[in-house]
Design a protein around this ligand. Structure first.
Ligand code: MOS
Length: 734
């Protein structure tokens, strides 16, 4: 039965969110709550020579100042500090651990006080002296020191020779600056001291069990003694995948005081966390005059810290997407005196595909080909890298439907050839691609005789709609109205789930619910069969479904037993089942979501001010569980893409090794005035191979390609090719 799956179901948590009933990490209360404030290093590299906390401690209401010298005990091995998302190579950051300074903005002290304002004030009175060491924060200065990330790269043919022999060539370097996630909700942890060594940690995170595992190993706690809860998350964009330092520091505070502690980072302090690494991308494309590709070379150089090797797949998309016999890739890292870079909004793809799709646009110009036509001539129904077919790939339809909705056929090919009054008009397009990932997830269902079901799972809903889609799947698979379903998420004590990321949670959690509902149905059928004169006595297991609160024979709808009757006859009032869904390993197909993004920009001819007046994105991502939340996800991702194209850039003063715009006044993100007409199309993409429900997941696919489509539109409007993001008006004047 599919009453809810595939429909525009409103968020089941919507009311709680808009009325303020939904509580976030920094809002949970406890008796005798103490407040923390972090003191950060002002230098990027060196040693703490001396910390003087005496002045801070003299402030009335200050309880304690913790530093590496007086903090409670923490684990000392790298292994103990590795969370689920930690890079394989390196030594994870440990806050307040020792006197070493590894980046500007590193926490060096925690002031604990009776009031937040007191803690904040006293933090300004902690005096730190440093022995500063030589440092570097400039990627371009260090690019010669780049080292190869140990990842298998599978070249095809001979890209260099093929490139040299190509009839038409394009080679260029593209650049994506450091970007910070800037979710609306600040990173916050409220740690309640529950007595007997037990702690409850309310944390802003994309994965409560990941945080629990880390805290348990760092503080040597039993599972029962440390519970992590995060029912609602005010955005994260990847910043909440790894446990952030404030949760460790907040626990240190609670242990030191033996009372409850709240620690909320300031907006500025959040620039001391992870970020999208600045990345240099070099693309070399060689083609025949007919627009078929001969050679692809894609090289990326990205930033990481001095102490961990974070990297994501930037170049593999170029290897996978287009038909091309010769291809070569290189992914390298540069170490800088900054925090470890991290996942952010389609990590690797937002950046790598930006470069690829700008390069394809430049190649189309060189070939005098329509940019869609070029992509169609290189279209591949197989993953070029793995040499296998896709479970489904409706990218052709994305191009077609997107172009039609956008009105692409009215585009004049020449740059600077379209205008609207004093504004130049540009139309650009790009392809998007993301992985359709799926992970093991467990779900528990408790069905009561009155036809209510509670579904629980440790998964976080980071605002993407997980509560809602799980309720939809539960309602359909249990045959109940959605009002009868309640969902519990974001608690480490609940059945196992990975961090919510990579756009994998919709497919993963849905199948966990469906699989567990299957067990509930089987048990109900067993009960129903035992009833005297049961209408389902001879029904086969797979011929019976749950619908309208009843077990019903698919072959004869008059043969039915209500949930209530089945339970009453079995003398039970509830059925509880818990199952873990694992997807079978299958390398015979590639699993990807695709998109075609079309952008219109209007550029003021005198001032160079750029406006993204229209975006059309046609998405192929398998079955869309909820057209309403999915639409919101893609619109949000497109806004992120507008930010990437035109606004977002973390600026460093390399003489000081510090971020200059660590605030959302000077770190620009798109605001209402920057966001205009956005149209999202979901292309029908039946997929019987990927998983039983045909779900690929959504979210990240929405941003991939957007910055390229906008950059290509800016070129079309102005004839100026700006390859280093963001495209600000000064760059148009160069
Ligand atoms: Mo996403 S960057 O996996 O939260």
């Amino acid at each position: 039965m599919m009453n809810y799956i595939g429909t525009a179901t409103s968020r089941v948590d919507g009311r709680a969110k808009v009325t303020g009933a939904a509580k976030y990490a920094g809002e949970f209360n406890a008796s005798r709550l103490a407040y923390g404030s972090v003191v950060e290093s002002t230098i990027p590299r060196g040693r703490i020579a001396r910390i003087d906390t005496s002045e801070a401690l003299r402030v009335e209401g200050v309880l304690k100042v913790l530093t590496y010298e007086n903090r409670p005990r923490m684990a000392g091995t790298d292994q103990a500090w590795k969370d689920d998302i930690a890079p394989e190579e390196g030594s994870p950051f440990r806050p307040l651990y020792d006197d070493r300074i590894m980046f500007s903005g590193q926490p060096v002290a925690l002031v604990l006080a009776e009031q937040w304002e007191i803690a904040q004030y006293a933090a300004s009175l902690v005096h730190v002296e440093y022995d500063q060491q030589a440092f570097v924060t400039d990627l371009f200065k260090q690019r010669e020191q780049a080292f190869v990330v140990q990842k298998p790269e599978k070249p095809r043919g001979d890209a260099e020779r093929a490139y040299a022999a190509s009839e038409v060539r394009h080679e260029a370097e593209y650049f994506i600056p450091t970007e910070h996630h800037n979710p609306m909700e600040l990173f916050a942890s409220t740690v309640t001291w529950d007595g007997g060594g037990k702690l409850t940690v309310y944390d802003k995170t994309q994965g409560v069990q990941n945080v629990q595992r880390l805290l348990r190993s760092v503080f040597n706690k039993k599972a029962d003694d440390l519970r992590v809860i995060s029912p609602f998350v005010g955005g994260a964009f990847g910043a909440g995948l790894r446990p952030q330092y404030q949760v460790v520091v907040a626990v240190l505070g609670a242990l030191a005081l033996e009372r409850s502690v709240r620690l909320v980072l300031t907006r500025q302090q959040m620039y001391g966390l992870g970020y999208r690494p600045a990345t240099i991308e070099r693309l070399a494309l060689g083609a025949k005059a007919d627009g078929t590709l001969d050679a692809i070379t894609h090289e990326a150089i990205a930033v990481t810290s001095q102490f961990e090797d974070f990297s994501r797949n930037d170049t593999g998309w170029s290897a996978q997407l287009y038909k091309c016999a010769n291809a070569k890739y290189l992914h390298r890292l540069v170490r800088l005196d900054v925090p470890t870079s991290s996942d952010m909004r389609a990590p690797g793809a937002a950046t790598g595909v930006y470069a690829l799709e700008c390069a394809m646009d430049e190649l189309a110009v060189a070939l005098k080909l329509d940019p869609i036509e070029l992509r169609l001539r290189c279209y591949s129904d197989r993953d070029q890298n793995e040499g296998v077919p896709y479970t489904s790939k409706q990218l052709r339809e994305c191009y077609r439907q997107g172009a039609e909705a956008f009105g692409w056929d009215k585009r004049k090919a020449e740059p600077c050839s379209m205008r609207d009054g004093s504004e130049l008009v540009g139309w650009g397009m790009a392809t998007g691609i993301w992985e359709a990932l799926q992970m093991p997830v467990a779900a528990r269902i408790v069905l009561t005789a009155n036809g209510h079901a509670e579904i629980s799972c440790a998964a976080s809903d980071i605002g993407t709609g997980t509560y809602t889609i799980m309720a939809q799947v539960a309602a359909d698979t249990l045959g109940l109205p959605i009002e009868n379903i309640s969902i519990k998420l974001g608690d480490s004590a609940l059945p196992q789930a990975p961090v919510e990321g990579g756009s994998w949670m919709a497919a993963s959690a849905s199948h966990a619910v469906a699989k567990t509902a299957e067990e509930v149905r089987k048990e109900l059928l067993t009960l129903a069969k035992k009833m005297k004169n049961s209408p389902l006595a001879r029904a086969k297991r797979n011929d019976v479904v749950l619908a309208d609160g009843k077990l019903v024979s698919k072959l004869d709808a008059s043969r039915a037993v209500s949930i209530a009757d089945a339970m009453r006859h079995g003398a039970i009032d509830r059925i509880e089942k818990q199952r873990t869904n694992r997807f079978p390993e299958d390398t015979s197909h590639a699993r990807n979501a695709h998109s075609a993004v079309f952008a219109e920009v209007k550029v003021d001819e005198q001032l160079g001010v750029i406006r993204v007046s229209r975006v059309v994105s046609a998405i192929a991502a398998g079955r869309v569980l909820n057209t309403k939340t999915a639409h919101s996800q893609i619109v949000g991702s497109i806004v992120g893409g507008i930010g990437m194209a035109l606004h977002e850039e973390t600026l460093y003063d390399h003489r000081l090794g510090r971020i200059m715009n660590a605030n959302i006044a000077e770190y620009h993100v798109p605001v209402n005035a920057d966001v205009h007409d956005i149209k999202v199309i979901f292309v029908d993409e039946p997929d019987n191979i990927i998983n039983p429900l045909g779900i690929k997941g959504l979210g990240e696919i929405g941003i991939v390609g957007v910055a390229a489509a906008i950059a290509n539109a800016v070129y079309h409007a102005t004839g100026k090719r700006v390859r280093d993001l963001p495209i600000t008006l000064d760059k148009l004047q160069r």
